[in-house]
Design a protein around this ligand. Structure first.
Ligand SMILES: C[S@@+](CC[C@H](N)C(=O)[O-])C[C@H]1O[C@@H](n2cnc3c(N)ncnc32)[C@H](O)[C@@H]1O
Length: 214
């Protein structure tokens, strides 16, 4: 970060133009998406996300949420593979990524309602869902491991799923998510372990337990 007194006459317009060019939105992944530097895996499909998308069960249906949606890749895959999905709420902390997601998912918007939330997932979600998908962040921009953020995403997902709802996530094999998964879900299944990652599907109990007053 830097700041300066405004001196328009001193601005090197050529340099300014070339800097703005660097940040321009552009087509990536053989034209399938548009993206720009600075967002997660901006010019490629992340290996872990691709593994998760490859294993989405085609019968997933109902209302869905994508936690940490980035430029929209996982939602695009979910909508492509699961025709029973009726809406998707995308939650993302980076506003720039969310703006890209909105453009990348335009072709799906006529089929299902899509809502974009510039929102910190660790504060909880805005509704309940039948399906939640996520490749949760596991480190900060300083690259320091922060498994607590991923664990919080899982807890929030467990609180925000309808009875019988499913969470589909991908995680580095070494990340300690098991305890929080077992706490929040009735069943936890490892769908696949590959390339150092695991895809996990966790299902909420169909029965809601209510506190009974004596
Ligand atoms: C591992 S990336 C996955 C991005 C995208 N879903 C994909 O598969 O390519 C995690 C995303 O979570 C976002 N994120 C990080 N912390 C967040 C938070 N507290 N609330 C919401 N999103 C967050 C990051 O900006 C990033 O886009």
């Amino acid at each position: 970060m830097f700041w300066s007194k405004s001196q328009p006459q001193a601005i090197d317009q050529t340099l300014l133009k070339s800097w703005l060019e660097l940040d321009k939105e552009r087509s990536v992944v053989n034209g399938r998406f548009i993206s720009r530097p600075g967002v997660f895996a901006w010019d490629r499909i992340d290996v872990a996300s691709a593994l998760l998308a490859k294993h989405f069960a085609t019968h997933l249906s109902g209302t869905a949420a994508d936690l940490g949606a980035g430029f929209g890749y996982l939602t695009a895959e979910l909508l492509q593979h699961c025709s029973g999905i009726t809406s998707v709420d995308l939650y993302e902390a980076e506003h720039r990524a969310l703006q890209l997601a909105q453009k990348n998912l335009l072709s799906h918007a006529s089929r299902v309602p899509l809502h974009y939330h510039w929102h910190d997932v660790t504060n909880g979600l805005l509704a309940k869902y039948d399906v939640i998908i996520s490749n949760p962040p596991f480190h900060t921009q300083s690259r320091m491991d922060r498994p607590d953020i991923g664990r919080r995403f899982i807890t929030v997902a467990a609180q925000s799923l309808n009875p019988g709802g499913q969470l589909w996530i991908v995680a580095n094999r070494h990340l300690p998510y098991e305890e929080v998964l077992v706490e929040g879900f009735e069943s936890v299944k490892i769908i696949v372990e590959q390339q150092g990652f695991k895809v996990i599907a966790a299902t909420k109990s169909k029965v809601t337990l209510r506190k009974v007053r004596k």
